[in-house]
Design a protein around this ligand. Structure first.
Ligand code: AHM
Ligand code: MG
Length: 326
């Protein structure tokens, strides 16, 4: 309207990318965008809540400050339940998936797997954190309750994947398989505005990101790769917030590594709601995501919280790691 495209306008415009679409996916993406603004608001005042708490003011119920990751989980669950497009959600915060029992949700066509607030160890120290989400068409019959089968689908079946980065400015980045687009939240109008259209990542990057405290616990191939990064004077950058590390590398070119270690052979990151959505995005941007041997999106999950080694980012860098792990 005034030279700015908001997320909602963009989603409506793009609905034509899906022939026969009814608009449910568009509404679902808007629900996620809306819920993320509420989370963003709380993230922004996280430090202030502590200050007013320390001053002994206000909270007459004597309520304890809710942990932000639990708060985010509840916000997304509420938003998705009331939206009616989703029949169930699997979240990092809950052992089992939640099947929504209300009638409109049972008729929902989609399920969502998400990490409502990733990088939670960074919340207390004012460092960027994120939300990661993955959307699948359900396998179970419409009208019934969501089943485990709905969630245990390989990443290649995702209809959308994305993340929200709560950083120096907040951004929502997503793909539905037609490229990657990023939106920056303008707090003055409360809207996500298209700021990064058609995002692409470099085939070769300069940055490598890994918790190198795990060096001696890692495969010899990983040690070799890290040594080589140093010989080649590559740039080491590691925030410890997957979304923030991923986002920086996507824009600047680089690779993020969370390999298996001797004590945790499958690494740390979860396939369904951490690895898969970012793999979808990186591939759409021209990059690659692998567990060292297999394309992440082709792994058929066996359980909700399954972990896998993760190498994601610039294509040539991921391939070099795969070569060293053989
Ligand atoms: P979380 O889901 O408990 O927050 O853990 C995931 C986070 C990622 O954001 C980050 O990349 C990784 O854990 C950091 O792990 P480490 O502290 O082992 O480097
Ligand atoms: Mg997480």
């Amino acid at each position: 309207m005034i030279g700015v495209t908001t997320l909602d306008e963009f989603i409506i415009d793009r609905q034509d990318d899906f022939p026969f679409a009814t608009g449910d996916l568009s509404r679902l993406l808007r629900d996620i965008g809306f819920a993320s603004k509420i989370v963003n608001r709380e993230v922004n005042k996280a430090g202030l809540v502590d200050i007013s708490g320390a001053a002994g003011s206000e909270n007459i119920q004597g309520e304890q400050q809710q942990k932000l990751d639990v708060f985010a989980d509840e916000v997304f669950i509420k938003a998705l339940k009331s939206g009616g497009e989703v029949c169930g959600i699997a979240s990092e915060e809950n052992d089992d998936f939640i099947a929504f029992e209300n009638e409109s949700s049972r008729n929902g066509k989609y399920v969502v797997a998400m990490d409502p607030l990733d990088g939670s160890s960074n919340i207390d120290v004012n460092v960027s954190i994120g939300t990661i989400f993955s959307i699948f068409r359900r396998k179970s019959e419409i009208g019934s309750l969501a089943t485990m089968e709905d969630f245990l689908q390989p990443g290649t079946e995702q209809v959308a994947g994305g993340y929200v980065l709560y950083g120096s400015s907040s951004m929502l980045v997503y793909t539905t398989g037609n490229g990657v687009n990023g939106f920056t939240l303008d707090p003055s109008i409360g809207e996500y505005c298209l700021s990064h259209a058609g995002m692409k990542t470099a085939e070769n990057g300069k940055i490598y990101s890994m918790n190198e405290g795990n060096y001696f616990q890692s495969h010899k191939g990983i040690q070799k790769y890290l040594d080589k990064c140093k010989e080649d004077r590559k740039t080491a950058r590691y925030i410890g917030s997957l979304v923030a590390d991923f986002h920086r590398n996507l824009i600047k070119g680089g690779v993020y590594l969370y390999p298996g270690t001797t004590s945790a052979p499958s690494g740390k990151l979860r396939l369904l709601y951490e690895c898969n959505p970012l793999a979808f995005i990186v591939e759409q941007a021209g990059g690659k995501a692998s567990d060292g041997d297999q394309r992440i999106m082709e792994i058929v999950p066996r359980e909700l919280h399954q972990r896998c080694p993760y190498f994601v980012g610039s294509k040539n860098m991921v391939e070099e790691i795969e070569g060293l792990l053989k």
